[in-house]
Design a binder for this molecule. Structure first.
Ligand code: DX5
Ligand code: ZN
Length: 216
């Protein structure tokens, strides 16, 4: 299967988001990845609802929201109203994850579970069938441009095994430090979707880089 590519807006030029969205629309990217941070769950603050509200009408690709916030269930209705396609919540931020996933789906969005680098895949044993996607963090969340954690590949492979064993339909997304080299390794390990920030937006021709990633 060709990978789906989800450029992360976090590494884009925030002074010219309109042009960055236009580039993503023109490109072979499949989704737009939106990193929402609260400065509590992660040690950084990115952007929130007013910014997404301005961008949503410009973006022609499905929006993949990655909630790096405590108690993300508080924001289900607002994200649904903004037209979010996939809502990813962190396993570590949801005391009632099963209920939260159900609420996301009831709101008409796809539901994703995100795992921090230290959170074992085995914890998903009893919830993987309730998720449309599992996002493996291959860096500690909070910042773009960090170095890929190689152990994440083992987690992707173990997750793939669990998904097959449980007959789950969940897709596997990987996020953090992805470039052509780590992206290829992640696909070989079983990843379906690559989130790419730094390596796309710092490249001389982001559109071409997205196209190369799509060929991996
Ligand atoms: C990190 C974010 C990522 C980040 C990826 O907290 O979840 O989506 O933007 O950026 P790169 O590809 O630069 O690691
Ligand atoms: Zn992300």
């Amino acid at each position: 299967m060709t990978p789906l590519i989800a450029p992360s807006l976090l590494s884009a030029n925030f002074a010219d988001l309109q042009s960055e969205i236009a580039m993503i629309n023109r490109s072979e990217a499949d989704w737009l990845h939106l990193d929402i941070m609260d400065g509590v769950f992660v040690p950084n603050i990115s952007f929130g609802f007013p910014v997404i509200k301005s961008l949503a009408p410009l973006c022609t690709k499905p929006m993949d929201a990655h909630l790096m916030v405590c108690r993300p269930e508080k924001f289900i209705d607002r994200l649904q109203a903004l037209g979010i396609y996939m809502m990813n919540v962190h396993y570590e931020a949801c005391p009632h994850l099963h209920r939260t996933l159900a609420q996301i789906k009831e709101a008409g969005m796809k539901a994703g579970i995100t795992l921090n680098p230290h959170t074992p895949v085995s914890l998903l044993e009893d919830v993987v069938n309730d998720a449309d996607m599992v996002l493996i963090m291959s860096v500690n969340p909070g910042f773009g441009g960090q170095k890929f954690i190689p152990h994440s590949l083992e987690k992707v492979a173990r997750l793939k095994e669990l998904i097959l064993k449980k007959n789950s339909h969940a897709l596997i997304e990987i996020d953090g430090g992805i470039n052509e080299e780590t992206g290829k390794a992640a696909i070989e390990a079983g990843a379906d979707i690559l989130v790419v920030g730094h390596s796309v937006f710092t490249s001389p021709n982001p559109e071409e880089t997205l196209s190369r990633l799509k060929q991996l």
